[in-house]
Design a protein around this ligand. Structure first.
Ligand code: ADP
Length: 573
């Protein structure tokens, strides 16, 4: 699975092949410079000690040029990466995610928080780009480090072996260190989670803590947990520093041994003094191999994780994509029918059970039932956020599964308790659904939705900015603006998810008025949590445990259904 993802992820770099090769070449030049620097430095030092003035000047100039070039090359690499590559990678990955995200079935959005999607769009692509760049750098570094080790062996095999031994010892220490640090990190994380949850519990329960006089015990337990967390942190840090020092000791001892054995070889004329200086200067390059390999390994892991998170969202069975049929209805009327419909969010719990319901075009009906009886679920099926497991949901006598995206999305609107209003002006919020709408059209729909008068009372009228940096609408005003938006979209079916108790009576009345004004031209279904608001509907469906147990007008239901009567009475109390 993961292997496939890695292969698939190459598509993000497809159009960047040549640029990545150029970047690799630039890194390679830097690598060659860092390989050559110690050799030049060594010959500079020996020329100085041999008093060869001309050579010293020539080598010093060469050295200066290489150092300066190397500095600027880093800058060029940075610019080239940022401007020519990173931007493209981010663009490729983000476009891929956004395109796929918009195709996801609405049901996926019920399962995840906004943070989940933000993380995938903002952070994961960044991780991919960062890791792609870093890995290239680490890879070239590793190549340089290995070249250095090979070069050392060509100077002297014994000294090469001393270095390699030191490197192996350091690697063993480092592996052990990483293991322990991982464990200590895990402990620290657990303790942090414990402290955080205790802190938030304390804040949430502060009222009871005070009233029950639990101040003393809460304080002691909080302070002791914080102290413990602090100690674990100190323990982890001091271990990291201690083991870091041990690693450096290994390095010092190795270099010391190389110098002592090396001087012996110089005395025996087996190597030149310049060779010994080069060997000494290469010590950091040799030991960097360990760090570079571990960095590359970590980068690969990070890359794998980011790729997995992205493709899990876009490709896996877990996140189903929208599937629409092919039939398009031009002259959509707005008839709705549920025929033996069964549905459950999970396999083992049915929410709708063999449900039958017929709503004719332009009817205004209500669905009534206790909380959790499946009212909102019916909306989810009509708006095609979820598909029925069994039976048929039909719009204008055609199975919704066979209808195309436009027919469904352009004809069904849900007006929720808290509709989403964009941070734009009122006019632009409306025009989103119909960019060609004239001012008169906007005013007409707002009048029908009983929001026009309020808009005209605002200083900037239809140009008033909403949301952040603008005006915050109340719940009822948002709902009315959403009604206007749905009317402008010329949807035939309007689904109202009536607020449980949030709206005050005046607001509720205004929304009812606006529903009444438009009720002759639209199929309207109201999910009613308060029966008093829907007694005028053409028909009321009474829902119990996912089944329509009765239907009729308010009066009829009061006569024939005891449970309905009971529900109505409870509300009047
Ligand atoms: P109502 O609108 O009548 O209060 P719903 O249709 O919202 O009821 O819910 C019916 C049942 O389905 C409830 O038991 C509820 O917990 C469950 N349910 C609703 N939405 C989901 C969901 N997205 N995932 C899983 N279960 C859900």
């Amino acid at each position: 699975m993961k292997k496939n993802y890695i292969k698939k992820s190459l598509m993000f770099f497809k159009d960047l092949k040549y640029k990545l090769i150029i970047l690799a070449v630039l890194y390679l030049i830097i690598g060659v410079f860092s390989f050559a620097s110690p050799i030049i430095e060594a010959s500079l030092i020996t020329s100085i000690t041999d008093n060869l003035v001309v050579s010293v000047v020539a080598i010093a100039i060469g050295f200066l040029i290489i150092k300066m070039l190397s500095e600027w090359l880093w800058y060029i690499v940075y610019l080239f990466w940022q401007k020519k590559i990173k931007r493209n990678i981010l663009n490729n990955v983000r476009t891929y995610i956004v395109d796929n995200m918009l195709e996801l079935q609405l049901s996926n959005y019920d399962k995840y928080t906004t943070g989940f999607f933000q993380e995938r769009i903002k952070n994961d692509p960044n991780d991919i780009a960062r890791v792609a760049n870093a890995s290239q750098g680490y890879l070239i570094n590793i190549l340089t480090n290995i070249s250095v080790i090979i070069y050392i062996f060509t100077i002297n095999i014994v000294l090469g072996l001393i270095y390699v031994e030191g490197l192996i010892l350091a690697t063993i220490i480092d592996t052990y260190k990483q293991k322990i640090i991982k464990e200590k990190n895990r402990k620290l994380k657990l303790s942090e989670e414990k402290v955080n949850s205790k802190l938030s519990e304390t804040v949430r329960g502060i009222r009871d803590i005070k009233l029950l006089n639990l101040k003393e015990s809460t304080r002691n337990s909080l302070i002791s947990d914080l102290e413990e967390n602090n100690l674990i942190g100190i323990d982890k840090d001091s271990y990291a520093i201690k083991s870091g020092k041990l690693l450096r000791m290994t390095l010092f001892l190795t270099v010391f041994t190389v110098i002592i054995v090396g001087i012996n070889y110089v005395n025996q004329n087996l190597i030149t003094p310049a060779d010994l200086i080069v060997l000494y200067l290469y010590n950091s390059q040799v030991f960097a191999l360990m760090q570079n390999v571990s960095n590359l390994k970590n980068s690969y892991k990070e890359y794998e994780l980011a790729i997995e998170r992205i493709f899990d969202l876009t490709d896996s069975e877990k996140h189903k994509k929208d599937e629409f049929g092919k039939i398009h209805i031009d002259d959509f009327k707005g008839n709705i029918e549920f025929k033996n419909v069964s549905f459950g969010y999970t396999k083992n719990k049915k929410v709708l059970n063999n449900l039958n319901m017929k709503i004719k075009a332009n009817e205004t009906v209500a669905i009534v039932g206790s909380s959790g009886s499946g009212k909102t679920t019916i909306f989810n099926l009509i708006s095609y956020a979820y598909k029925a497991d069994e039976g048929e949901v039909k719009l204008d006598n055609i199975n919704i599964n066979d209808l195309d995206e436009k027919t469904i999305r352009n004809n069904v609107s849900i007006i929720t308790q808290n509709p989403y209003i964009f941070n734009l002006s009122i006019k632009d919020n409306l025009k989103l659904v119909k960019p060609t709408a004239t001012n008169k059209e906007l005013e007409d729909v707002c009048k029908k939705a009983s929001i026009h008068d309020y808009i005209m009372s605002l200083p900037d009228k239809y140009d008033t900015l909403l949301g952040e940096g603008g005006i915050n609408l109340s719940g009822g005003q948002k709902q009315r603006l959403a009604i206007a938006r749905a009317l402008l979209k010329e949807n035939k079916i309007l689904l109202f998810d009536e607020a449980t108790s949030a709206l005050d009576n005046v607001t509720q009345k205004e929304i009812q008025d606006s529903i009444e004004k438009i009720s002759d031209y639209y199929t309207i279904i109201i999910v009613a949590h308060r029966l008093s608001t829907i007694i005028n509907c053409d028909k009321i469906f009474f829902l119990e445990n996912g089944e329509i147990v009765d239907s009729g007008t308010h009066e009829e239901l009061l006569q024939k259904n005891k449970n309905y009567k009971k529900l109505y009475k409870t509300e009047l109390l």
